[in-house]
Write a new protein. Structure first.
Length: 470
């Protein structure tokens, strides 16, 4: 575990440094706020039952919830507390006070949450940040008659943090139980909690890297709740590396190719992955990045056929990477660590697999694709053993699959059961590997297979399990 944690910490630090180098994080007041915020966390940490936090939250009239703006899981946490506490009002840093009248009119009507964000000029202020979680949060608030309070100062960009927080605190003095969703840095003890001390606020923070790594090192279950001092709790629900990557994606926009050292990061992950598992080294592929405008032109030259280009786009969307042939190049669609780890697994499989890159016949192509996804997720599990495959029923809305979510989930379960039927040829109809639905089904099945077999790999790299499909 120590080797895995060391690699995770190294990759997290690399990404955190890239975030700090972005222009949005170069202001001195933010640097000071970040330092003060980190000093608030006690060195010792112990996990505690979630029921303790829920009971305490239910006894308070003011809940200050820290938000990672770029992480949808963070707003999902706000949605949980909104539904659980049924507050009289929810204050959102995302909205400025000059949009209050717009929010009030929207609460009385039936227009969508998307329409509210458009009316509040979301694209101008938060255009790079995810909309869907905020839409769901606002629509839920209206459905349960929780008033929406536009929290931030209209001239937020011209004010320092202290002035903004004095304004926000004045907005939170209204009667009734309130849930306040603000960026975590505002919740340092001397900031908003101090300004609202008369309301005895309970501070609920989301994630803290040192606590996450410490609990993981001790083998304690994650996610977890921890106490972070009097009237302060922290919910460890997302790996620190994923938080930094989501922030970097929103801050960098079209400049990802300038920020990441793709070849260097990929080579490091592949080298550590093979060395740690005692696998022979393999040569590095030529890497193209679909998010690099210049390299996108190269891809158009390499894949001129419109039909094949459409298939490549489907594969990139579902897998995050794709190989054009057994010799490469490797196309990266996302520079995130999990995506690069999966790409390293796919590349290792392609180089070492004796079968043709694209065998003839449905069964042969299915076997190669499934084994490749097994290797991909196994490489990702080495990096993060706590990772689990996302539910198959949630993927259609992400990848525009026409099949109903419940039907897709059932097909996936049947397919996995057929694969696990050792030595028996599956009677189930196999999906077309290159179709969007087939890509999803094979990916999910390979991930589940890797999760089930991870402890025994690479001694038996799915060979006996996939034998019926040879």
């Amino acid at each position: 575990m120590s080797t895995v944690l060391d690699l995770q910490r190294e990759l997290w630090i690399r990404t955190a440094v890239r975030v700090e180098l972005q222009d949005a994080f170069c202001r001195s007041d933010l640097e000071e706020a970040r330092y003060a915020f980190l000093q608030d966390f006690p060195e010792e940490v112990e996990s505690l039952p979630s029921e303790v936090v829920v009971r305490e939250a239910e006894s308070r009239n003011c809940i200050l919830l820290g938000d990672h703006h770029a992480l949808p899981r963070s707003q999902e946490e706000a949605l949980f507390w909104l539904e659980r506490l049924q507050p009289d009002w929810i204050a959102l840093e995302w909205l400025t006070a000059n949009a209050q009248e717009t929010c009030d009119r929207w609460m009385l009507g039936d227009r969508s949450g998307e329409a509210l964000l458009d009316a509040c000029k979301w694209e101008k202020t938060w255009g790079r940040f995810p909309r869907r979680p905020m839409v769901e949060l606002c629509e839920r608030a209206r459905a349960q008659c929780t008033a929406i309070l536009a929290l931030d100062h209209p001239e937020r960009d011209r004010l320092d943090m202290d002035a903004r927080e004095r304004f926000m605190a004045s907005r939170c003095l209204r009667k009734g139980r309130g849930l306040v969703l603000v960026g975590s840095l505002h919740l340092s003890r001397r900031r908003l909690p101090n300004l609202l001390a008369d309301r005895r606020p309970l501070v609920l923070l989301q994630d803290h890297p040192e606590y996450w790594f410490r609990l993981q090192d001790r083998g304690e279950p994650l996610p977890a709740w921890c106490a972070a001092g009097p009237d302060r709790f922290v919910h460890l629900h997302t790996h620190p590396l994923l938080i930094e990557e989501s922030t970097l994606a929103c801050l960098s926009g079209d400049r990802l190719c300038d920020i990441y050292s793709i070849e260097e990061d990929f080579a490091h992950i592949l080298e550590v992955f093979t060395r740690r598992l005692g696998l022979p080294p393999v040569p590095l592929p030529v890497i193209l990045s679909s998010f690099d405008p210049e390299q996108r032109e190269t891809l158009r030259i390499l894949v001129p056929d419109p039909f094949e280009a459409e298939r490549l786009l489907d594969r990139l969307e579902v897998h995050g990477s794709a190989l054009l042939s057994k010799e490469g190049p490797l196309v990266l669609h996302r520079p995130w660590v999990h995506a690069m780890a999966e790409a390293a697994g796919r590349w290792y499989h392609a180089v070492t697999d004796p079968h043709p890159f694209k065998p003839k016949g449905l069964r042969g192509r299915f076997r190669v694709e499934l084994e490749r996804e097994f290797f991909a997720f196994s490489a990702s599990l080495f990096l993060d053993p706590l990772r689990t495959p996302p539910p198959l029923s949630e993927t259609p809305r992400l990848h525009s699959i026409e099949t109903a979510p419940e039907e897709l989930e059932l097909r996936g379960i049947h397919l996995l059961q057929a694969v696990l039927a050792h030595g028996e040829s599956p009677s189930i109809e196999l999906p077309e590997p290159d179709s969007p639905e087939g890509l999803l089904l094979i990916r999910w099945t390979g991930q589940e297979l890797a999760r089930l077999r991870f402890e025994g790999w690479p001694e038996d790299p799915a060979g006996s399990v996939l034998a019926p499909f040879a």
